[in-house]
Ligand binder design. Structure first.
Ligand code: ZN
Length: 308
């Protein structure tokens, strides 16, 4: 008898617990759309357009290399819990392909970079069939990603369409202003010095958009080891063109860049490390460079200061 009573009490407690839980969840989660993104650049778009209607989390924080990133157990639950998933695509998240494909069967899972018309994409360095995924460094291309995020939010939450449209318009205006600022600033560097040497080829689109020659030490992906030939040819370039600075990136090691600096030194040409550029990852959340606009502006100012 006592045992039965105990069990009844237990069942009562469980069902009470369940009721409390589900009523709590209803009030909040039904109104806010949960979004999970891979890189923080995309989370920044979602935050700006989604405002308080959307809760967004990006899997990849500062200093993370998306080419090599593998989803953790915690990431899987964030992907599972999301209403919408946005990722870059064009094989940027090379090791998350399977999990993203699987998610696409269950919920809107959108590769934002794949909305860029294919004739505007550049081939990945040294590849014939792979396209370069780093489209966020040409603002005119990134606007396609912004549009894709807005369209998806409008589709999934029509009730708030006007809100998303208005936010998107304001954000697009800021991006266009930044685009004009970037063009104007880079143009102040003498044409022969407009050479950007970085450790991996994240800046091809940047070079195209803002009229800079771009050379990287490694292949497009940080997966590849850099070779001595690459170091030698870049040292030649620095000496011949009298380039004053090379750049490190937040998401990869400085070893390759240091090899170039020492190589130039041994030929009597001083090259400085022109500061850290953000390439595949942004700065810490809550700081200036933790936003897309701040990160981009930081890159422009770092490049102009070092090469002018
Ligand atoms: Zn990259």
């Amino acid at each position: 008898m006592r045992k039965l009573l105990g069990r009844l009490v237990l069942i009562g407690a469980i069902s009470l617990g369940l009721t409390a839980c589900s009523s709590g969840a209803n009030s909040d989660e039904n109104e806010t759309i949960q979004v999970t993104t891979t890189i923080a650049q995309i989370a920044d778009i979602v935050e700006n357009i989604g405002g308080d209607k959307v809760k967004v989390e990006s899997l990849m924080g500062p200093g993370i290399d998306p080419h090599l990133y593998k989803a953790s157990q915690g990431d899987l639950s964030k992907l599972n819990d999301a209403d919408i998933i946005f990722y870059n695509g064009l094989r940027l998240e090379g090791r998350m392909g399977d999990i993203l494909n699987k998610m696409a069967e269950e919920k809107p899972t959108i590769p934002v970079a794949e909305s860029v018309p294919s004739d505007l994409l550049l081939k990945a360095e040294g590849e014939t069939d792979k396209m370069d995924p780093h489209i966020w460094f040409d603002i005119s291309l990134w606007l396609y990603a912004v549009e894709e995020v807005k369209n998806t939010l409008v589709e999934e939450d029509e009730e708030n369409a006007a809100y998303y449209e208005k936010n998107a318009e304001a954000y697009i205006n800021e991006l266009k202003e930044l685009d004009a600022y970037a063009k104007e600033q880079i143009a102040t560097i003498p044409p022969e010095s407009r050479v950007l040497v970085t450790a991996h080829d994240a800046f091809q689109y940047f070079g195209e958009a803002y009229d800079m020659e771009v050379t990287g030490l490694q292949g497009l992906s940080t997966d590849a080891e850099f070779g001595l030939n690459d170091v030698r040819s870049i040292v030649d370039l620095l000496v011949e063109r009298d380039i004053k600075a090379v750049f490190v990136e937040s998401s990869i090691s400085e070893d390759s860049i240091n090899a170039v600096v020492q190589g130039a030194e041994s030929r009597g040409h001083t090259v400085k490390i022109g500061g850290e550029l953000y390439s595949d990852a942004m700065g810490a959340a809550g700081t200036e460079t933790g936003t897309y606009l701040g990160m981009f502006r930081h890159n422009i100012e770092t490049i102009v200061d070092s090469l002018k």
